[in-house]
Design a protein around this ligand. Structure first.
Ligand SMILES: CSCCC(=O)C(=O)COP(=O)(O)O
Ligand code: MG
Length: 231
């Protein structure tokens, strides 16, 4: 059986963790207060601010919501509301060319080659779908969005839950066994394997200086580069 569809994570897999932590997160943290002051009453923004307020005992002032969100950024919370708002904040950063999104060269090369060979490529990240599209659209290697034909975020479900992967394969319309999921997080790979997907652990030396070997791989195939993956 040949695996035809690739489902890939972003942070720690196609791209470095340090770009997200040292460039994207600080940008969002700095831009958040002015963004909420300017756009906090727009329905798409208010919707998520209200989710944060409700989950924190009914915060009634926007500056308290902003402080809560900044704490979540510092703690790297993968909360859907935070991720949706981050996507809106980064739009300006990419648009004004303050930064481009880091992509490992081996990922760019392999994604292009797999796409040319007829493999379908989809993304599943904690970053919101709009944030994913900005990321691939403004990458170091240019606009990579034409390579991607499916986008999934935590509105589909948590990345450590098998049910999320069942929903994704159903949305893609392919059997789970025809999908290969790539991630740097073994708990995400465990959930994907539970749902019947093939799995590969990306163990990037840049992000994970101590190689994860033996039991630490949870039995998933392990590579350090997309060049070593055969879909
Ligand atoms: C694509 S948006 C920037 C990355 C981000 O915010 C994030 O949480 C990435 O998590 P991942 O699931 O791709 O490891
Ligand atoms: Mg990741």
């Amino acid at each position: 059986m040949s695996v035809r569809t690739i489902l890939t994570d972003i942070e720690g897999t196609t791209s470095s963790i340090s770009f997200v932590k040292d460039v994207l997160f600080p940008y969002a943290r700095r831009a958040l207060p002015a963004f909420v002051a300017a756009h906090g009453q727009e329905p798409e923004v208010r919707r998520w601010l209200d989710v944060v307020a409700a989950e924190n005992g009914g915060l009634c002032q926007d500056d308290m919501i902003v402080e809560t969100l900044q704490g979540w950024i510092d703690a790297d919370r993968k909360h859907t509301a935070l991720k949706a708002l981050q996507g809106m904040l980064w739009e300006k950063g990419y648009g004004s060319a303050d930064f481009t999104a880091h992509m490992y060269p081996d990922a760019v090369e392999a994604l292009g080659r797999w796409h040319a060979a007829g493999h379908r490529i989809a993304v599943y990240s904690s970053g919101s779908v709009p944030a994913q599209k900005l990321f691939f659209g403004h990458s170091d290697a240019g606009d990579l969005t034409p390579l991607i034909s499916g986008w999934f975020d935590t509105e589909t479900g948590g990345k450590r839950e098998a049910e999320s992967y069942r929903r994704i394969t159903a949305a893609l319309g392919v059997p789970a066994g025809d999908v290969l999921f790539l991630s740097d997080v073994v708990e995400e790979l465990d959930a994907a394997r539970d749902a019947g997907l093939g799995t590969v652990l990306l163990d990037r030396r840049n992000d994970y200086p101590q190689p994860r070997l033996g039991e630490a791989t949870h039995g998933h195939a392990r590579v350090e580069s997309f060049a070593d993956i055969t879909p």
